[in-house]
Design a protein. Structure first.
Length: 412
């Protein structure tokens, strides 16, 4: 049955239809196994009263083989109608023309928020001293910035024309080698910024988070990254917040101790502490003091760097989930965040944890929190017992790893 969006809320029937794309490479290994976990958890929690109706869609290599198109129009139509989809990793075709299937899905469905939770699971060997201090939710703007894909090759007529226009019409003469430069455009708008930042604040309020941080490079890019910062703070005015500026003013007026008490009072009243950090400094701070950050809102390229850097701190991208969501229309695609790993495809060796945790996000989005909790608890227990696939230093195959997770689900 169809999932619907009514009055700004997702309405989920007892047997919702969820579209899925297996993915390329190890996608064919991990998706069927992850689906076993999803079905087992739903059955365990609801005792047969609810279940998922899975609908397979084509994208990537399999789609190209069968239709001659990496992203068939029919797939986009079906995801649009289904509202919710989940997928494995997809290849990026080599050569000019098609840039990224993932980026195309996000742009064509206007999935403006890339949502990436990062947390540590006990038992995993991580490369930092205190990975358990990492617990953040990243909201990455998904449709603007340089990922809009507006760029022209070195030596192309388009690049020459744009560079000439900049010089003649806008008096821009800062391009060091105009005859040979490739050139791109970085669009950042108040509209794109504000809807992303509102999603971050809504999440913070719903989850009782205490801090929202805007990450940007506005010290250098004044009107794009600086614009993001400016517009983000305009959104902050719509919410019950407590800013760094207010905190500093209290310190100056009343002393540190009283200011700290005022800050604690603001947090107790569910007012969110809001600040911003320059992107390069933020990358340093998440290594030194990751516990200081809760919810992060940032632009597309910054978010790409940040989310992968944080994933590395807790053990690698193999356990990093992700979602691409339009909170206004309800459309959402949940996905494994790693690549297709063709070197181990078909060997039953890949780690399905990224996809499993993306499924946890999906069930939370559907309002089936008990299913999400069931999967996450079973996965956490399996990892805490150091039952790992080879990427985490273990010897388990994909299917053996999933068997243990399902045993833990059914033992509840």
């Amino acid at each position: 049955m169809k999932i619907e969006m009514k009055n700004g809320k997702i309405v989920v029937p007892n047997e919702p239809t969820i579209a899925y794309i297996e993915g390329d490479g190890v996608g064919h290994d991990i998706f069927p196994e992850a689906k076993r976990v999803f079905d087992a958890a739903v059955a365990q929690v609801f005792s047969g009263k609810r279940k998922i109706e899975w609908r397979k869609l084509l994208a990537g290599g399999e789609a190209f083989e069968k239709t001659g198109d990496y992203l068939p129009e029919g797939t986009l139509t079906e995801i649009s109608e289904a509202l919710i989809a989940i997928k494995g990793p997809l290849m990026t075709p080599i050569g000019d023309g098609f840039r990224s299937i993932n980026v195309s899905l996000r742009q064509k469905l206007d999935l403006f928020a890339c949502v990436r939770p990062v947390e540590y699971f006990a038992g995993i060997d991580a490369p930092v001293k205190a990975p358990e201090k990492v617990d953040m939710m990243i909201f990455r703007e998904n449709t603007e910035d340089i990922y809009a894909g507006i760029e022209f090759a070195s030596g192309s007529a388009e690049a020459a024309k744009l560079i000439e226009f900049l010089a003649k019409e806008l008096d821009v003469h800062k391009i060091r080698f105009p005859e040979r430069s490739a050139i791109g455009v970085k669009p950042v708008s108040p509209d794109g910024t504000k809807r992303l930042v509102r999603a971050a604040f809504d999440y913070a309020l719903q989850q009782g988070k205490q801090r929202v941080t805007f990450v940007h490079k506005g010290n250098i890019m004044k009107f794009t990254e600086g614009g993001f910062r400016k517009w983000a703070y305009e959104v902050a005015e719509e919410y019950p917040t407590f800013t760094k500026l207010a905190y500093e003013q209290l310190k100056n007026e009343q002393g540190v101790h009283i200011a700290d008490e005022a800050k604690e009072k603001a947090l107790a009243e569910r007012r969110i502490y809001v600040d911003d950090v320059i992107a390069d400094n933020f990358l340093q701070q998440i290594v030194l003091n990751p516990q200081n950050f809760d919810v992060v809102a940032t632009l597309n390229l910054n978010g790409d760097y940040i989310s992968d850097a944080l994933a590395a701190q807790v053990g690698g991208i193999g356990i990093a989930p992700g979602a691409n969501i339009n909170y206004q229309t309800g459309h959402a695609i949940f996905e494994a965040t790693h690549g297709t790993a063709p070197d181990i495809a078909g060997l039953n060796k890949a780690n399905p944890s990224s996809l499993l945790l993306s499924g946890v996000m999906m069930f939370e989005y559907l309002g089936w929190q008990s299913v999400a909790d069931c999967i996450k608890k079973a996965l956490a227990q399996t990892l805490s017992e150091k039952q790992f696939t080879t990427d985490l230093g273990g010897q388990l195959s994909t299917s053996e790893f999933v068997d243990l997770i399902i045993e833990n689900i059914q033992a509840v």
